[in-house]
Write a protein that binds this ligand. Structure first.
Ligand SMILES: [Zn+2]
Length: 201
């Protein structure tokens, strides 16, 4: 797939946390056919015919140009797919982070590099793979709303506001997460046996 994409398209995908592996080649199918096939293939983006406005070729599962409107993609990526919902902790910052990602190893390297909470010692302590992870993440964060802290981090050269950090214990975070995933279908990906070091006040 990578050979079929231009340098610009690959750079765009990278900016959205995606790669060539997330792209379905829809160019040789009718719309009705690729709408079905892209779901079966579990891909996020279609390589299709050029859009009218910018001659872009990358489209959402619903056929919208994702380069003209990146919101389309943010929504699809965060809400539609089965992803990891995780709780990470930093002993140095004494903070908990709730998040969603497609690749746990890659994400932990990223949050350490971006120095969330000014720390580089983040570890994923608990993670599940679940449908609509983005939506559940927001509910877990809301449950822990009163533990929110203001923090900024660097991403692609820009200072960003972090909304996913909480100053609370791992037990509280787990309780909030359990309340939201209970009764849903999920696979446990990570579950540290001894979480006691992360029982922050
Ligand atoms: Zn476009």
């Amino acid at each position: 797939m990578e050979d079929e994409l231009t340098k610009e398209e690959l750079a765009f995908l990278a900016s959205q946390g995606l790669g060539a592996a997330d792209v379905f080649d829809a160019r040789y199918y009718s719309q009705a056919t690729w709408f079905r096939l892209i779901k079966e293939a579990g891909k996020t983006v279609a390589l299709g015919s050029p859009c009218r406005k910018g001659r872009h070729r990358l489209r959402s599962r619903k056929g919208h140009c994702v380069q003209c409107d990146t919101k389309v993609l943010a929504f699809a990526g965060r809400y539609d797919l089965k992803q990891y919902l995780y709780i990470a902790g930093s002993l140095r910052a004494r903070l908990i982070k709730i998040g969603v990602c497609r690749d746990l190893g890659q994400r932990i390297r990223q949050i350490c590099a971006e120095r969330h909470g000014d720390a580089r010692d983040w570890e994923v302590i608990y993670a599940v793979k679940i449908e609509r992870a983005g939506e559940i993440e927001e509910r877990v964060l809301a449950r822990l709303g009163r533990y929110a802290i203001d923090s900024q981090y660097w991403k692609n050269g820009f200072l960003q506001q972090s909304t996913e950090l909480r100053r609370c214990s791992i037990s509280l975070a787990l309780k909030a997460m359990s309340a939201e995933i209970e009764g849903k279908d999920y696979d446990t990906a990570t579950d540290w046996r001894d979480k006691s070091a992360y029982e922050f006040d």
